[in-house]
Design a protein around this ligand. Structure first.
Ligand code: FCB
Length: 445
């Protein structure tokens, strides 16, 4: 049937440690760059921090109950490095690892496959004090941390991601300053990006050594750039945006040099590359993992008629002002699959929509989120029809959580969280998603 997904398709949700766990001082956890950043005035909406977030350090059983209620068979979460190695490079904190041990076992009991991300942005502050990702010492520290985690969980966890969204780690945090550590220095940001990719390549064999027959890779976010008009100037601008935002991170992982047009554009800010780095970055990956939310439409006024002209549909946006454009997912993954047909498994590891949800009489009506997800699931059916081996989908997010610089004001969850009581309530979208997962087909909204 044309609305059916293949047997064994993974239906899950995604979260990240700092966004849900809370308990930032419990059981020997060290400080992370996000604890520091959120405490600085004016960095996060409403002065919010990752405490208590969803209190998942204590309430993970409630989280798993929501997954079960949605008939999910997979869950993507991340590990907080400062829980495991509180000062970044020294002693391993067994008590911190115990938490993930309990979580993994509870997921196993519930029949839910874990996909574990090693780095979803909470770098130990001690490492940042020594230069953070701009320093190559952090690459060694990441290898040590990877060793500790995979030695402990590698027998049960068989899906691993090294990094979540290196673009955000590097550019959003170090060039634009909107995320921790809040720097605004392009040269530093590009060195961070390079070192993160080297750390990815360094970690891959360590993961494999401790987790036999696992699947390992990296999660990239891509926002494909479309020209506003088919002019030479707009086409050039779109190519540059694709190169800086997307290909800069993908190409080295796939064994290619940094894209030339971006390299030229960055001039003196390009990173230092040590001998052997490009080979280290280019490790075989077992899957392709994409976080997809929106596209960008770019325009070069100098080459056009002088005033910015957007073809994007401004009426069709989320409350984050992100255009809703499912066709971008189909375009992008079709193109990438043709370029990398040797990669056997393709996943959407994040996709979802922020809305100003309200809990009224025990119910959250969020038809726009259902329509958003429906559109993107349909795009996956198109990809399957085109021969792309799509194997799973992780909606962002399991529940409302600490949405970085937006604090608790940007709700992406399939479950609504009342942050005063920590009560979780499935939204209409979560109920609908439960039917999709149970029937393994695209259920009408
Ligand atoms: C992605 C992040 C994730 C969440 C969503 C909305 O960039 O990976 O943690 O914040 O955006």
């Amino acid at each position: 049937m044309h609305d059916q997904f293949p047997p064994g398709f993974l239906w899950g949700t995604a979260t990240a440690s700092y966004q849900i766990e809370g308990a930032t001082a419990a059981d020997g956890r060290g400080q992370s760059i996000w604890d520091r950043f959120a405490a600085m005035s004016g960095k996060v909406a409403g002065g919010a921090t990752g405490d208590p977030a969803c209190d998942s350090y204590y309430r993970y059983r409630d989280d798993i109950a929501i997954m079960k209620a949605m008939n999910n068979n997979a869950y993507r979460f991340s590990i907080a490095w400062p829980r495991v190695v509180p000062d970044g490079g020294g002693t391993v904190n067994g008590t911190g690892l115990d938490y993930y041990d309990r979580l993994v076992d509870a997921l196993g009991d519930a029949g839910i496959v874990p996909l574990v991300t090693l780095y979803h942005w909470d770098l130990p502050q001690a490492l940042q004090d020594d230069g953070g990702w701009a320093s190559r010492n952090t690459i060694d520290a990441f290898a040590w941390y990877t060793e500790a985690v995979t030695a402990r969980l590698g027998d049960r966890v068989k899906m691993w991601a090294t990094f979540n969204e290196p673009w955000c780690v590097s550019m959003l945090g170090n060039e634009l300053g909107q995320h921790a550590p809040g720097l605004q220095d392009r040269a530093v940001a590009l060195q961070v990006a390079h070192n993160v990719l080297v750390a990815h390549g360094t970690a891959m064999p360590i993961i494999r050594a401790h987790s036999s027959n696992c699947k390992a890779g990296i999660v990239l976010n891509m926002t494909p750039a479309y020209p506003a008009q088919e002019t030479e100037a707009d086409l050039r601008r779109a190519a540059l945006a694709n190169a800086t935002h997307n290909e800069w991170f993908l190409d080295p992982v796939m064994g290619r040099p940094y894209p030339q047009i971006a390299w030229d554009h960055y001039g003196a800010d390009v990173p230092e590359i040590a001998a052997g780095d490009m080979g280290t970055i280019h490790q075989p990956v077992d899957y392709f993992a994409l976080n997809y939310y929106t596209r960008q439409v770019v325009h070069d006024p100098a080459g056009g008629d002088g005033k910015p002209l957007h073809r994007r549909d401004d009426a069709n946006v989320s409350d984050r002002d992100w255009e809703i454009f499912p066709a971008g997912l189909t375009d992008l993954l079709t193109r990438l699959y043709h370029r990398h047909p040797h990669i056997p498994e393709w996943y959407v590891t994040e996709n979802g929509m922020s809305l100003p949800d309200r809990l009224v009489d025990g119910r959250v009506r969020d038809p726009r989120r259902i329509a958003y997800l429906h559109g993107h699931f349909a795009a996956v059916l198109d990809l399957l029809k085109a021969g792309v081996p799509m194997k799973g989908y992780f909606v962002w997010s399991l529940m409302d959580n600490f949405e970085w610089a937006f604090g608790y004001d940007s709700r992406f969850g399939l479950a609504y969280v009342d942050f005063r009581t920590q009560e979780r309530t499935l939204k209409d979208s979560g109920l609908w998603y439960g039917r999709v997962a149970a029937e393994n087909r695209l259920v009408a909204p």
